[in-house]
Design a protein around this ligand. Structure first.
Ligand code: FAD
Ligand code: SF4
Length: 508
């Protein structure tokens, strides 16, 4: 008897577990549904990217002889949710089971657990083996550990994959991590590599028109003339080649830098493709290793890049599934402020913030340091409620899925998990942004000033953050120096900082 095989928007690869043993009579179900597209107000480019990539992938499957039942967003009979589309497909065919690969979000995974009973049909939920570390393997690694630091997990993944390992089992270059070499700022006159921008095909053009019409209330720019995401496997491979040839050699050096008007620097822009399945983590890492072994890119760049993928990416996924659903509810710093309006509009005199929001709205993208040290850092310093900042991050990026977004925001950026993920909060004043960017030069604020009209909001909020959270944070070993510096500030100045920080929080 045939199977109904559900393929989700982030499972767009013919090598996904649920497509490996397709037989005659099986039907692949793909659906653009209201519930998934609207449960947060996803950036218009994210919806356009995923719907177009889904349509192109469905066409590829059909061309290869697979029967696809594809439900478009504007089909009159669209039932609005995956669950109801599965029900409709079952009613319209004769299937003896449903086959699906593990999804990337706890909410949907919970719903799927009830499908077998609801539909009176067995549901095979297959492991998503695109990831290098299975969920069981991660749980076994985490078992009994006092702290779950990424660095140790990463070494395990290096050993497991053999990436950048020497023949005697040691790390290439004698070190596991070359991050100390990866904190440079670009020299004056440096021109960033040209980032890949795909040619917009007819399918994507149609979807862009649909999204513009149907989701006008969603944030972000959308225009077929400037849309840069590839929506086919071929285009994703071209994006990979472009990164390897043009940007990888400088990826390490300028990984933590920010430059006004430069949205991508030497970053890869591959996360959207990796997360939806158009590229796989291992093929991307192998391409980078090959570049190193062939002398086309230095070790600090290649190791740094591979660590982001087999280290951070795998680690956050493992952590998400290990800790959900309680993880999302923690609020270690008792943060409860609303999200400032400028996260949506970019209307602020803070140049670093305006730049990060502009990049976000124009490209459904911001690079890691903008996400962590500007957008996330400000939210933590200002005491924004974790739920509000999580929803914002889930909404605005083309690569955002809860399994990867939540730990990065909740654990890494705003320390709402109290240190499960990071050994201390990534809290920084304007001095950090001034060191790592050119933004402060054109900003009306002064990163060195804590109070007064010219005081940098990051700097004011940073010192206030330390004061407000003293009881929670002082005992953390790596916070000692910050608290010693705080104690050097006079009581009178601390009072001024507090009242200026209160004013900043209530103004936004
Ligand atoms: P590059 O800088 O070129 O890095 C290469 C690849 O490494 C990325 O494509 C990505 O797949 C992986 N990677 C790097 N850092 C991380 C990380 N911390 N966690 C997981 N993978 C990583 N990444 C997402 O894919 N989706 C998200 O929703 C997301 N939200 C984030 C929110 C915050 C607050 C922070 C601090 C980070 C977030 N990240 C997220 C991680 C990272 O910022 C993005 O993966 C990266 O900026 C994507 O751009 P890129 O492809 O040019 O990455
Ligand atoms: Fe950002 Fe402060 Fe620098 Fe302005 S001075 S760009 S607000 S860090």
């Amino acid at each position: 008897m045939p199977a109904l095989r559900l393929i989700l928007a982030d499972q767009l690869t013919r090598d996904i577990a649920s497509l490996r043993d397709v037989e005659d009579g099986d039907v692949v179900l793909m659906a653009e549904v209201r519930e998934e597209a609207r449960y947060v107000r996803h950036h218009k480019q994210k919806i356009a990217f995923l719907f177009a990539a889904m349509r192109n992938f469905a066409a590829e499957l059909e061309a290869a002889g697979t029967t696809v039942r594809y439900v478009r967003y504007d089909d009159e009979t669209n039932a609005g949710s995956l669950r109801e589309e599965v029900r409709r497909a079952l009613n319209g065919g004769d299937f003896d089971r449903i086959v699906v690969t593990q999804c990337g979000e706890w909410r949907l995974a919970e719903d799927m657990k009830s499908w077998a009973r609801a539909f009176n049909t067995p549901v095979d939920i297959l492991e998503d083996d695109r990831f290098i570390c299975s969920l069981d393997e991660f749980a076994a690694w985490a078992e009994g550990r006092k702290s779950l630091r990424m660095e140790y997990f990463y070494r395990e993944m290096r050993r497991k994959t053999g990436l950048l390992m020497t023949s005697d089992g040691g790390p290439e270059g004698g070190e596991w991590n070359f991050d100390a070499e990866n904190r440079k700022t670009p020299p004056k006159g440096w021109t960033p590599p040209t980032a890949y921008a795909a040619r917009v095909d007819q399918t994507t053009r149609e979807v862009i028109a649909l999204v513009g019409e149907v989701f006008p209330d969603h944030p972000g720019d959308l225009d077929a003339e400037t849309f840069r995401y590839g929506t086919t496997r071929d285009q994703a491979l071209r994006a990979l080649d472009a990164f390897m040839e043009r940007a990888l050699p400088e990826f390490g050096d300028f990984q933590d830098a920010m430059v006004t008007g430069e949205d991508f620097l030497a970053h890869s822009l591959l996360s959207a493709y990796l997360n939806c399945g158009l590229l796989t983590p291992m093929e991307v890492c192998k391409a980078a290793e090959e570049a190193y072994r062939g002398g086309a890119a230095p070790l600090n760049a290649v190791e740094g890049f591979i660590r982001q993928i087999i280290g951070w990416r795998e680690y956050v996924r493992g952590l998400y599934w290990l800790k959900m659903p309680e993880y999302r509810e923690t609020n270690f710093l008792d943060a409860d402020a609303p999200l400032p309006e400028f996260y949506w509009t970019g209307e602020t005199e803070m140049v670093c913030m305006a730049e990060a929001v502009r990049n976000t709205m124009e490209n459904a993208y911001a690079h890691h340091i903008q996400r962590l040290m500007v957008l996330g850092n400000y939210a933590m310093l200002a005491g924004v409620a974790p739920r509000e900042i999580q929803d914002w991050f889930l909404t605005v990026y083309a690569d955002a899925y809860e399994w990867v977004e939540l730990p990065n925001v909740h654990g890494m950026a705003v320390f709402a998990d109290g240190g499960v993920m990071a050994s201390k909060p990534y809290a920084a004043s304007g001095a950090y942004i001034s060191r790592m960017s050119d933004h402060c030069k054109s900003c009306r604020y002064d990163p060195k000033q804590k109070v007064g009209d010219e005081a940098c909001p990051f700097t004011t909020l940073f010192w206030d953050f330390l004061s407000r959270n003293r009881q929670r944070l002082e005992a953390i070993p790596r916070m000692g120096m910050m608290y010693r510096n705080l104690d050097r500030i006079s009581d009178a100045d601390r009072r001024k900082i507090k009242s200026q920080a209160d004013a900043l929080r209530s103004a936004s």
